[in-house]
Design a protein around this ligand. Structure first.
Ligand code: NAD
Length: 466
């Protein structure tokens, strides 16, 4: 896992270097983008259930604050390393700039396998980690959130502990109740991804999947107008270009557009259900144990499949299991087969590096939406882009999550509570805005969407462009 961390950091740095070269940045400017502003690496003790003290290693890496407070999740995983946290913090700086939100990038982590802890120990680790970082976080300084193996419940423990650490400051500074109330709101705003009854926002759970579908629709609309306006200048997506009767671009109804999704967790499930509601045809889904597809090209009933998965434990186990799911015309497929299906849209929403040198020649989708972080390796990205496949990069495609985290922070600071409808409307506006800036750079400079996203982000971070 440390090796994975090193690789991850190297590939984040490689794309920064490539973009810096294209933008003719100075060595100092590049260095500033590559190096984190602060690395906090620390050890902390926790009393375990058996009465022994155990030492844990934690990190909080604050990469760049040019655009605002550091923003990024806290990961609990046995493979957490400094390099991994640093790479993720670097990508958060880019993602927040791409999303157009006033945040820099940060990330945290604890080297721990949470599955080996009791609930009591997990709570103690969460609280001890927060005590260790309490002096370097804050609503205008650094705003953590959940990440791998952390969730709203853990955020609740962390916020409670953070408030404890700040209590003395609250009392001694002022007796003005209005100021105290504002200060309390700000303490809640120090974390996002909180439970709704603790200042969390409606719409956060679905936000990453919803944001991905918004981007997909914006992309298809752009492809359609590009071809309508000037069919001979279609830059990429040669497959789409050569077939303007392709259902993807024929009109704005998506009913013939087929989608396959790898991963049926938070991101994959909501991407799928929201895409289905919008009229897309989700014909295949998978989880870590394998997948299912409908072989007569009808849309899968994802809520039904989700219920079935809860009962059976796996998606593959749902296939025609006693008539529980509606897949009489379907079949079980492997994760590899899912990636190679001849669908219009492929959505890797599980793990990194799943589309790589080994399988890139077999990918038949026209468009890939990177909902997971880093699902397409650099080599595969270049190969497929050259082939005409459009790949929407993770820093744009899955930025709906951090965008709604920003909306949560904003509501806390302003002491507001928005309806889900309002959150979703704002998310849509912000995602489309983010997409349009990248699309413009991509078409004007004839760059891949990934390269364009890094250019837009870096120019914003260096405050060279609005
Ligand atoms: P999750 O844990 O809820 O779900 C992950 C899913 O992937 C599960 O269905 C799991 O069975 C499946 N999976 C695991 N190994 C697999 C394999 N080998 N093949 C196929 N499927 C496999 O996680 P999530 O929150 O949905 O996150 C998924 C990805 O999206 C991660 O890369 C994450 O970093 C990224 N992401 C998530 C968010 C968010 O808001 N949750 C935001 C941005 C990026």
């Amino acid at each position: 896992m440390t090796n994975t961390g090193i690789q991850m950091l190297e590939s984040a740095k490689a794309i920064m270097r490539k973009t810096a070269k294209q933008l003719h940045l100075t060595d100092e400017q590049l260095e500033r983008l590559l190096e984190p502003e602060v690395i906090h690496e620390f050890n902390f003790e926790v009393m375990m259930d058996k009465g022994n003290l155990r030492l844990f290693k934690g990190y909080r890496i604050q990469h760049n604050s040019n655009l605002g407070p550091y923003k990024g999740g806290i990961r609990f995983h046995k493979g957490v390393s400094q390099e991994e946290v640093q790479a993720l913090a670097t990508l958060m700086t880019i993602k927040c700039a791409v999303a157009g939100i006033p945040y820099g990038g940060g990330k945290g982590g604890v080297v721990v396998d949470p599955k080996t802890l009791s609930e009591h120990e997990l709570k103690a680790v969460s609280k001890a980690y927060v005590r260790a970082i309490s002096s370097v976080i804050g609503p205008y300084v650094d705003v953590p959130a959940p990440d791998v193996n952390t969730n709203p419940k853990i955020m609740r423990w962390m916020v409670e502990e953070y408030i404890q650490t700040q209590k003395s400051k609250l009392k001694t500074q002022t007796h003005n109740s209005q100021i105290i109330s504002q200060r309390k709101n700000e303490l809640y705003a120090t974390f996002t991804g909180k439970p709704v009854d603790m200042g969390g926002t409606l719409g956060r759970t679905e936000a990453t999947g919803r944001g991905g579908v918004i981007i997909l629709k914006a992309l298809l609309s752009r492809l359609k107008s590009q071809i309508t306006n000037n069919p001979s200048t279609m830059l990429r997506a040669s497959k789409l270009q050569t077939n303007s009767s392709n259902p993807i671009i024929a009109d704005n109804s998506w009913e013939n557009v087929t989608i396959a999704i790898q991963g049926f967790g938070n991101v994959g499930y909501y991407f799928g259900t929201i895409a289905s509601e919008a009229g897309f045809k989700v014909i295949a889904v998978s989880d870590s144990k394998g997948g299912i597809m409908s072989n007569n090209h009808t849309s899968l009933d994802l809520p039904l499949i989700s219920d079935c998965k809860k009962n059976k434990g796996t998606l593959a186990g749902c296939y025609c299991a006693g008539g529980v799911c509606d897949l009489k015309n379907g079949k079980v497929i492997t994760n590899q087969e899912l990636l190679e299906l001849p669908v219009d849209i492929l959505v890797p929403a599980a793990l990194e590096n799943v589309i790589n040198a080994q399988n890139m020649h077999k990918i038949r989708a026209n468009i890939i939406i990177e909902m997971a972080n880093g699902p397409v390796t650099e080599e595969a990205y270049e190969y497929l882009t050259k082939k005409g496949v459009i790949i929407v990069p993770d820093v744009l495609a899955n930025s709906g999550g951090v965008t709604v985290s920003y909306l949560e922070w904003y509501q806390n600071i302003k002491n507001q509570h928005w309806t889900e409808k309002r959150v979703n409307a704002k998310l849509e506006k912000m995602m489309i805005h983010a997409f349009e800036a990248i699309w413009k750079t991509s078409t004007e400079k004839k760059l891949s969407l990934k390269q364009a996203a890094f250019e837009v982000a870096i120019l914003r971070i260096l405050k060279k462009e609005k």
